[in-house]
Design a protein around this ligand. Structure first.
Ligand SMILES: CC(=O)SCCNC(=O)CCNC(=O)[C@H](O)C(C)(C)COP(=O)(O)OP(=O)(O)OC[C@H]1O[C@@H](n2cnc3c(N)ncnc32)[C@H](O)[C@@H]1OP(=O)(O)O
Ligand SMILES: CC(C)C(=O)C(=O)O
Length: 510
């Protein structure tokens, strides 16, 4: 009988720590609903002590999707953080408090400037306090792979005795290599079995050396029972172990690992696409499992082999991860079934019948205007209908604009509105976008620096949707903005305003 590996998804916590990946409440709920359809075991929904917005998002996820999937959120070994986690997840059926505290010398000496004994005691106290609130508590020994083994073990032993029900061993800075990390997990597993064989051993690997998936799989081979991953490998710096790679590694090589997960792998591709669209972070074309080329065969010898037998060059079938070989072209003559299939293929929820009817009406209007409606048009329809593509609150909005460009004086004229106020002006710039951004900056009177501007075409044809991603710097902090429109100048203006609105809201909260 193969061992079940528990899959813990931290896209909404570690994944969301990526600069530019900030998600609003609606986007987080949409992703959590898809993670539930993917059938992960545990969703880490955020870091509720970090802001009111994150607290509310975790609370809403616990309320809306926490009926069948376990919900957790992260806390430092600090009473207030633990309280915030408890208050935000308590409505879930199976809530879990996650506490993190460093065990490496560098964390103990430089980050905390305390003795090892004092830091260990902080961890024990935190677990004891969390246990007064909930029965399930996970303890993460941050930077475990760079820790002195005997101190790491004495921490694990003490927090297990204090009541921790899961021990998570992170390779926080992606320093470990597979053989060494496997050996670390084997040693901990051997000792833990003697201490308390009900406690679950987990791993959380980062990808700084491109080894996160390899280290995670090696840990499984050496006794880990639970893996922490993110969709598309998102996460701090170079990211985390990618869920799709770890899950398919276990599935395709079940003969080697003798393990399985309960993930519904046919939902992998749509989950990856949803996360990519909502975070604005593209998946590289050659990414394992979910990249655009993951199942594309281009050379003659490969094509010949495939035509003879797919298994010559395919170790898994595209359908197993949700690649849909049947493409239905949507037009104004398409019905509700085909449209619903397209919306669900993008990873969106369609269970609210009234909401779906409104979407369908909007689809017909778009399909009348455009001959053919592609996936990205459907994505654009849903995100604008559900307010998923903007920041939670609008301060400034683009009311109207005109941009005239030539090689002498590219000029932009803009009208902005903020509640009942309106602001009008013009500016000349080095190019049309520079002119547009200059006038917006002068109307709002904010000294922001544009750090990055990217534009992608998201669909095909004359009416293709353009997506603009920007990053701005304001008072030493970085903010991102995104917008989509068939008019790329309008998308550029709205992306810039979304970034500015985020900066203003943040400044107002400080
Ligand atoms: C490995 C990981 O990914 S851990 C998760 C990382 N994620 C995040 O940090 C995102 C959310 N973080 C935040 O919103 C903020 O950093 C907060 C709310 C947690 C804290 O904000 P602030 O109070 O302003 O503190 P700041 O972030 O500047 O510094 C961290 C403080 O927490 C302490 N700290 C760090 N880790 C821990 C821990 N695991 N347990 C207890 N204290 C800790 C630091 O020593 C420092 O304390 P000090 O002020 O006494 O030096
Ligand atoms: C919170 C812990 C698990 C973490 O993110 C890390 O150590 O990288």
């Amino acid at each position: 009988m193969s061992r079940k590996i528990i899959v813990f998804d931290t896209t909404l916590r570690d994944g969301e720590q990526v600069p530019g990946a900030k998600l609003n409440l609606h986007q987080k709920i949409e992703i959590a609903q898809q993670l539930k359809r993917l059938h992960v075991d545990i969703i880490e929904a955020g870091f509720p002590a970090s802001s009111l917005g994150d607290f509310q998002a975790v609370q809403e996820i616990a309320r809306t999707v926490g009926d069948s999937v376990s919900i957790t959120a992260l806390a430092r070994a600090v009473k207030n953080d633990i309280d915030a986690v408890y208050e935000s997840i308590k409505l879930a059926q199976n809530p879990l408090i996650h506490i993190v505290l460093g065990t490496s010398n560098i964390h103990v000496e430089k980050k905390f400037n305390r003795s090892k004994e004092a830091v260990l005691q902080m961890g024990v106290d935190a677990v004891k306090y969390a246990k007064t609130l909930l029965p399930q508590v996970q303890y993460s020994t941050e930077d475990a792979s760079r820790s002195d083994f005997e101190y790491l073990w004495s921490t694990i032993e003490a927090v297990v005795k204090a009541g921790a029900t899961m021990i998570n061993v992170p390779d926080t800075v992606g320093y470990a290599v597979p053989e060494e990390f496997g050996e670390l997990i084997r040693k901990i597993n051997d000792r833990m079995k003697n201490l308390n064989d009900k406690v679950i051993l987990s791993v959380h690997c980062h990808n700084d050396l491109g080894l996160a998936t390899a280290n995670t799989l090696q840990a499984i081979k050496n006794g880990a029972e639970k893996v922490e991953c993110t969709i598309n490998g998102l996460g701090e710096r170079a990211g985390n172990a990618s869920l799709e790679e770890v899950v398919m590694g276990i599935k395709v090589r079940e003969n080697y690992f003798n393990c399985h997960t309960e993930v519904n792998t046919s939902e992998l591709l749509r989950t990856s696409r949803l996360v990519s669209h909502l975070t604005g972070l593209d998946v590289q074309v050659n990414k394992a499992i979910t990249g655009e080329n993951a199942f594309a065969h281009s050379s003659g010898i490969h094509q010949d082999g495939l035509l003879k037998d797919k298994r010559v060059y395919e170790i898994m079938s595209p359908e197993e991860v949700g690649v849909d070989s049947m493409e239905l072209i949507l037009t104004a003559r398409s019905g509700r079934h085909a449209f619903k299939n397209a919306v669900e293929k993008m990873g969106f929820d369609t269970t609210d019948a009234a909401d779906f009817e409104q979407l369908f009406e909007k689809f017909l209007t778009l399909a009348d205007a455009k001959k053919e409606v592609y996936d990205h048009d459907v994505f654009y329809l849903v995100t604008s209908h559900r307010n998923l593509d903007a920041s939670d609150k609008h301060l400034y909005e683009l009311d109207s604009f005109q941009v005239v460009t030539n090689d002498l004086y590219p000029t932009a004229t803009v009208k902005l509105v903020k509640g009942t106020e309106s602001f009008k002006g013009s500016a000349v710039g080095d190019g049309p976008i520079d002119a547009l951004y200059s006038v917006i900056k002068s109307l709002i009177g904010l000294d922001v620096q544009l750090k990055d501007y990217k534009i992608n075409s998201l669909s095909r044809g004359k009416e293709a949707v353009g997506r603009v991603n920007i990053r701005i710097e304001y008072q030493g902090k970085t903010y991102s903005g995104r917008a989509m429109d068939t008019d790329i100048i309008k998308a550029s203006g709205n992306a810039f305003l979304n970034g500015i609105n985020a900066a203003l809201l943040d400044a107002a909260q400080e």
